[in-house]
Design a protein around this ligand. Sequence first.
Ligand code: FMN
Length: 200
Amino acid sequence: MSSHVTIQPKILYYGAPVVLLTTENPDGTTNISPISSSWALGEYIILGLGTGSQGLENLRERPGCVINLPDAGMWRQVEALASLTGKDPVPPNKQAIGFRYEKDKFAAGALTRLASETVRPERIAECPLQLEAEVRQIRTPEYAEGFAIVETHVRRVHAEEHMVVRERYVNPQAWNPLIYNFRHYFGLSEELGKTYRSET
Ligand SMILES: Cc1cc2nc3c(=O)[nH]c(=O)nc-3n(C[C@H](O)[C@H](O)[C@H](O)COP(=O)(O)O)c2cc1C
């Protein structure tokens, strides 16, 4: 067994799927925020957002959103959005790391708008999975300044037809999420096996 050392890591992003979160700006247009802090709890998706983001500001006022899931092949389009914010003026901490304001993130990421069915922000057509959701609660923990925990309830799920099995399942062989792994992008490798509860 290899030995371990204790470290003080600058980042702790140990590998999570990228989400392109769409939210509604004050003028009714749609903003896109790339994030990787998310997890599912039944039909609820919990998001971790920085308090300086336009996405969070939008969700505080207008609770509808779409959790768009890009596949691994979309990493360059995600990266094209990485230094952009929908917040004008750009907050000083983001100016310092090279962010600039961008009103039309669809154009910046070469992405296509698709109307949603149950919420106001648009979906991203290129994303194979699109979850329309509504904010249920936003918590700002006093132990961690600068972050918010956003609890959303998924109301409608859109999946590319070729990925769907027996109407209610997503075929994991057909879905290759984009993984953000210590600030590098990865896809998935070959399947290793499945859990005893798998029905596909
Ligand atoms: C791959 C990737 C993952 C990111 N993950 C998060 C995250 O989980 N939470 C977050 O608040 N910001 C995350 N960011 C940074 C946001 O994209 C950034 O805060 C941006 O300003 C959000 O856009 P907005 O200000 O228009 O909402 C991530 C950026 C990239 C490129």
